[in-house]
Design a protein around this ligand. Structure first.
Ligand SMILES: C[S@@+](CC[C@H](N)C(=O)[O-])C[C@H]1O[C@@H](n2cnc3c(N)ncnc32)[C@H](O)[C@@H]1O
Length: 317
């Protein structure tokens, strides 16, 4: 038997982490996700693929935990988000310069009213000007830090429309995180894609094991409860079916393992077995998550999430 490359107990100082607050971010679930990873990742080099990367909590975690990742593919349908990954990779210094100026301007304004006015001005620039990618990314991060709840939401015309948020001391330019993220993005061969999740298929590595982590927009637990609209294109039940088809296609390959998160719809309504039916034949586990997007704070409690996998091995730590 081959010796494991890594000790599962290794403690790593995780400096690189999401540079944006992102709905559905997986930071609080990392230890549960970690416990569900396939044991093969501890034994061989592999390609890590994340088709719905969002804020990248799992991507940054995996990159720091597994030095045996040989190649990475990340994707998201949100163009501005993907441009931000590219800018942080290629021009973090330029980004930090513009963000520190935005931070200084913002913090020099003392009244809430003047900060709100400044916020709305920058939001208009973000939506209406022909800015270059560096400026757009700076504004994306600025707006994310100063808008209501760090949401990213677009109207039907694709315009960012989140209102102003009230923060006394928002961390607009977090240099340490941005530099750590940039270093990580430059560490391994990486493909950064902007499009539908299916585009990742052509980047499979035939020569190694491929591990996919899917974190799609959640299927709403009820028609009114959940926020899952990140961009103007909705992710509806047909998209969930398309994703299940994609997973089936991957399972036909002998060098692909995948894990997928979604909302546990049957916890609200036991008759709702949408995912159980869609992913029949795969391993389905339940883990606890804290959901914070409901407008009503009383409804933001702990919910179960589904973790679906095309393997059953479990690492015992
Ligand atoms: C639940 S979030 C992922 C959160 C991420 N795991 C994190 O820790 O921040 C889902 C992401 O899927 C993206 N998305 C929505 N529809 C998509 C599609 N058809 N293909 C690829 N990405 C899509 C959204 O822009 C969003 O960033």
């Amino acid at each position: 038997m081959t010796e494991p490359l890594l000790n599962t107990m290794t403690q790593i100082n995780y400096n690189a982490k999401p540079f944006l607050k992102w709905v559905g971010g997986k930071r609080q679930l990392l230890s549960q996700l970690d416990a569900m990873l396939p044991k093969e990742l501890y034994k061989e080099n592999f390609t890590y693929i994340e088709p719905f990367v969002g804020g990248g909590a799992m991507y940054f975690y995996m990159m720091q935990k597994f030095p045996n990742i040989r190649k990475v593919v990340i994707n998201d349908i949100n163009k501005r988000l993907i441009d931000a990954y590219r800018i942080i990779k290629d021009d973090v210094e330029g980004l930090v310069l513009i963000l520190s100026n935005l931070q200084n301007d913002y913090m020099s304004l003392k009244s809430e009213e003047s900060r709100k006015e400044y916020y709305l001005l920058q939001r208009d620039r973000f939506n209406n000007s022909n800015l270059d990618l560096l400026e757009t990314t700076s504004l994306l991060i600025f707006l994310n830090r100063t808008c209501f709840n760090g949401l990213y939401r677009e109207n039907s015309k694709g315009k960012f429309n989140v209102p102003f948020g009230r923060y006394a001391n928002p961390a607009i330019c977090n240099k340490e995180v941005l530099y750590a993220d940039s270093e990580l993005l430059n560490k391994k061969e990486i493909v950064i894609l902007n499009g539908n999740f299916t585009n990742t298929f052509e980047h499979l590595d035939d020569k190694s094991l491929n591990f996919f982590y899917f974190d799609p927009p959640y299927r709403p637990l009820s028609t009114t409860s959940s926020f899952n609209s990140f961009v103007k294109e909705d992710f509806n039940d047909d998209s969930q079916r398309e994703l299940a088809d994609f997973c089936r296609k991957l399972s036909l390959k002998d060098n692909v393992l995948w894990m997928l998160s979604n909302a546990d719809c049957s916890s609200k309504n036991p008759e709702d077995t949408f995912f159980e039916t869609l992913y029949e034949g795969n391993d389905i586990q339940r883990v606890y998550a804290t959901r914070a997007v409901n407008a009503n704070p009383n409804k933001r409690g702990k919910l179960t999430e589904l973790l679906i996998r095309n393997y059953t091995t479990k690492i015992t730590i």
